[in-house]
Design a protein around this ligand. Structure first.
Ligand code: URA
Length: 435
């Protein structure tokens, strides 16, 4: 088999066989295919696409290129959730403990934030002492004993995807549904859980800008999961404004704690309850997701859901008194108010602009080497649909940066809000459910 022939075949619009796809991924993993040929095939895939069978074969080959995590020593059904990335997305910190409080196992591997999106691992590290690198045996023991653990991805998960993603990033070949779907699913499938719930975000702060594209991506990923006999479902959720009110690591952990106490913002609470209900259906705890709501609310009311987070943090070496007393979280030196200069009903809050502003305040990284300021970020006072008068507070901005650095960022936060003169109906956070 020759890589040259495979490139020409895809260039001419033909489907590749699973043997050809395996040859390609083996060559990427073993570094026997030069980057220029890999990039050329990636571009041909962007332009000509891949059918369901090719996408499934690509996913399988990438999944097998590295470690496949064996969770068989964990008793019971292991559920997992993956978000395609957003601004203010702290759902894993709520869902993990909430679902685990039912005895369902959550053995989760998460990532770090980059650019305008945050990462669950960074949020966990805002809780002093919390370890996200845990030996396999300790990880399994923790999930068996407590029900949940959230750790960093194994260094050897999907090496072919790592190589391909780095090349796609610099060759204009990120935007392809089969490439994105196989990249995400190869890692999720290798992580070993029995069920997967995908939270596919769309809107200004998301990877997919439109509902239509998000739907295509979600359908492709669900089809891959199904073809590999893994219970995979997806929800399509709105990222046309940040999720919840808080953006920034310690601020988001505090909001997750409030949500586990039943005191969280309504969009985040709705998303967490609906996603947890689906995960409980996947685990067989309820027959139908909608039957789970009373029990979910009871777990929050009784404090059992919050207690699971306390147990998880303690088990991972963190100081759990931050969960029971969130006032302990480190505070930034400066807090600035952003005030409205227009009146109306908030129509849109540009999540991308808010995510970038939070990053510039110190709350995120521009490159993997940057060090995060856990206290920095933004807390919104207004959300889409809220009425605003001139002079109302739109947001509080937390930072340790100087006034000179902060002032232009305050303007960016102000300008992220746009208004409608008339009242309108706010769309629900979840737009569709695919299974
Ligand atoms: N996230 C991934 O892991 N892969 C992609 O291709 C895009 C987003």
């Amino acid at each position: 088999m020759r890589m040259y022939d495979i490139i020409c075949k895809k260039r001419d619009g033909f489907s590749l066989t699973s043997q050809e796809i395996q040859f390609f991924i083996d060559g990427v993993t073993n570094k026997t295919i030069p980057d220029y040929q890999t990039s050329s095939l990636l571009m041909a895939i962007v332009l000509k696409g891949m059918n369901k069978e090719e996408t499934a074969a690509l996913t399988l080959a990438m999944m097998k290129s590295g470690d496949i995590i064996d969770l068989s020593q964990i008793e019971g059904i292991k559920v997992d959730k993956h978000s395609t990335g957003g601004v203010g997305d702290k759902t894993s910190l709520v869902l993990g403990p909430l679902v685990a409080s039912f005895g369902v196992k959550v053995a989760k591997m998460s990532g770090r934030g980059l650019g305008h999106t945050g990462g669950t691992l960074d949020k966990l590290e805002a809780i002093p002492g919390t370890k996200i690198e845990i030996e396999r045996d300790a990880f399994i023991k923790q999930v068996n004993e407590i029900g949940c653990a959230i750790i960093g991805q194994s260094g050897h998960l999907g090496p072919a995807d790592k190589k391909l993603y780095a090349l796609r990033d610099v060759t204009g070949t990120v935007e392809s549904i089969p490439l994105i779907a196989s990249s995400i699913m190869s890692k999720k499938l290798a992580s070993g859980s029995d069920t997967i719930l995908l939270d596919v975000k769309f809107g200004s702060g998301a990877f997919m800008k439109t509902l239509e594209d998000a739907k295509k991506l979600a359908e492709a990923m669900v089809a891959i999961g199904k073809s590999l006999k893994r219970d995979t479902r997806a929800i399509l959720t709105d990222m046309d404004q940040p999720l919840g009110l808080a953006v920034g690591n310690a601020l988001e952990v505090k909001e997750a704690i409030a949500t586990l106490k039943g005191e969280g913002p309504s969009d985040l609470t709705t998303l967490c309850l609906e996603a947890s209900a689906i995960m409980l259906e996947q685990a067989g705890v309820v027959k139908n997701a909608k039957d789970a709501y009373p029990a979910l609310e009871a777990k929050i009311k009784s404090g059992e859901a919050l207690l699971k987070l306390v147990e998880m943090i303690k088990a991972q070496g963190g100081d759990e008194t931050y969960i029971t007393n969130p006032e302990k979280f480190v505070k930034s030196a400066h807090v600035f108010e952003v005030l409205a200069t227009s009146a109306g009903y908030v129509q849109h809050i540009d999540s991308l602009a808010i995510g970038i502003a939070s990053m510039k305040l110190g709350g995120g990284r521009e490159t993997y080497e940057d060090v995060i300021d856990m206290s920095a970020g933004i807390v919104l006072n207004k959300k889409v649909g809220d009425q605003v008068q001139i002079g109302d507070r739109l947001a509080l901005v937390y930072t340790n940066k100087s006034d000179d650095v902060s002032r232009p960022i305050l303007v960016d936060v102000h300008d992220a809000f746009t208004y409608s003169k008339t009242k309108f109906e706010v769309k629900p956070i979840i737009h569709a459910y695919i299974k």
